[in-house]
Design a protein around this ligand. Structure first.
Ligand SMILES: [Zn+2]
Length: 427
């Protein structure tokens, strides 16, 4: 069925008829080319019609094919031109008119959004976990919220991307403690219907660009509202009231009220010690690389670094490392010691020096900046902001000093301290 423009003359009707004449004998499936129709009706001497392409744009065609009828409301869907006709008959098994298509898409999107919402609602159950949080859990949660601030409950793509202290073993333990208490949930797999709902709403998430250079190697760009695998913060059930946002202030409050047990006290001490120890290991690597020195990760080095981490600020230890590394290099050139001793020389030079100054009651006075590769962990930054008035990281403090400063303020304390941690943090 052909629909003609209102203003056609008889010749133009014939031209439009020729435009829509089919033939099984041609490659295109149409009997005449547009050029041929124009040549016939618009020869140089007689211009009986307007160009057929103009007429075709104003006409339309409804073929004997399900693609030309809306499967939903049964309205006819005409083809606008030959390309449109070919497309409809080749691609669509049945037709849908634009209003019905819009309604169908809306329904599809609504369903998809409902699928995602329902999935998260089941996975992220409100839990009354606040009372079970000890001081380390609470500090970890605050670190996470500060470092991975998001509007929604999504925190990180995987537990490996969740950096709290920066020490893998410690962070894994903190993560599982928070999961077991119901504060965090790890969604490791997405059901098929959730992936499908994501792609209905946002296209293929797998093809999204990975943003390099973020913490943990690669942060993934997530469209707002998409549900991806990863670590999530659970809503908090607080005496029957569900809190899923603004939890920082709740955790700060908890931090002020928490009664620190002896076990927690030593837990905090252990974390501080490990963070400082890791820094010293990183400094050894840095100094060794710069001086092209081989340094064996021996037990002797470990106990030396543990001692240094406890008693000296990393800035001062760094200066000492650099001086001793230079001395080792000079020694290697002048004394040519046997090969098996070379990799132990650094620990020996530093160890001997420390013993010497300690027996004389001296101190490590001079400092050397910490290189950018040795970054303060998120935990350290938050801890400093909360408890160390003068210092924004632990580079100027020994582990001992960090711990005692903290203990003065909150370790094994009674509740009546009138602390204003939240105010200090500016939150
Ligand atoms: Zn329809």
């Amino acid at each position: 069925m052909i629909c003609y423009p209102a203003d056609v003359n008889e010749q133009e009707i014939l031209a439009v008829n020729d435009y829509w004449a089919f033939s099984t004998g041609t490659i295109s499936g149409f009997r005449y080319t547009i050029d041929r129709i124009d040549r016939y009706y618009r020869s140089d001497d007689v211009r009986r019609t307007r160009p057929v392409s103009v007429l075709a744009r104003k006409s339309s065609f409804v073929g004997d094919h399900p693609a030309f009828e809306c499967s939903s409301c049964r309205k006819k869907i005409p083809a606008e031109n030959r390309q449109d006709y070919i497309k409809k008959t080749r691609i669509y098994a049945h037709g849908v008119c634009p209003p019905c298509l819009e309604a169908q898409m809306k329904e599809l999107h609504d369903d998809a959004r409902e699928t995602l919402r329902g999935f998260l609602e089941v996975e992220l159950q409100p839990e009354p976990y606040l009372a079970s949080l000890d001081i380390i859990d609470t500090l970890s949660l605050l670190t996470i919220l500060t470092e991975y601030s998001n509007d929604g409950p999504f925190i990180a793509s995987s537990p490996d991307d969740l950096i709290i202290t920066g020490i893998d073993a410690v962070d894994r333990a903190l993560f599982s403690s928070l999961c077991s208490k119901g504060a965090l949930t790890y969604i490791s797999e997405l059901p098929v219907e959730v992936s499908r709902a994501n792609s209905v709403l946002f296209g293929e998430l797998d093809r999204l660009t990975y943003l390099r250079g973020a913490r943990g190697g690669g942060a993934v760009y997530r469209p707002e509202g998409a549900v991806s695998k990863g670590v999530y913060l659970n809503p908090l059930d607080l005496d029957g009231v569900i809190h899923s946002s603004g939890l920082e202030s709740v955790f700060f409050q908890r931090l002020q009220e928490i009664q620190c047990s002896e076990a927690e006290d030593s837990g905090v001490r252990r974390i501080i010690h490990q963070v400082q120890l890791m820094k010293l290991y990183a400094l050894v690597q840095d100094v060794a690389a710069e001086h092209r020195l081989e340094v064996a990760p021996s037990n002797k080095l470990r106990s030396l670094l543990e001692h240094l981490a406890n008693n000296y600020p990393p800035l001062n230890v760094h200066f000492c490392f650099r001086v001793k590394a230079r001395e080792v290099v000079i020694y290697l050139h002048t004394d040519n010691p046997p090969q098996y001793r070379v990799k132990h020389l650094f620990a020996k030079f530093v160890g001997d020096y420390i013993q010497q100054i300690e027996s004389k009651g001296w101190d490590l006075k001079k400092i050397w900046t910490i290189p950018p590769s040795v970054e303060a962990s998120p935990f350290e930054a938050l801890f400093s902001r909360l408890f160390l008035d003068e210092d924004f990281n632990w580079d100027r403090l020994s582990a001992q000093k960090v711990f005692s400063t903290w203990q003065d303020r909150c370790g094994l304390r009674t509740v009546e301290g009138g602390m204003t941690i939240g105010d200090d943090a500016g939150l």
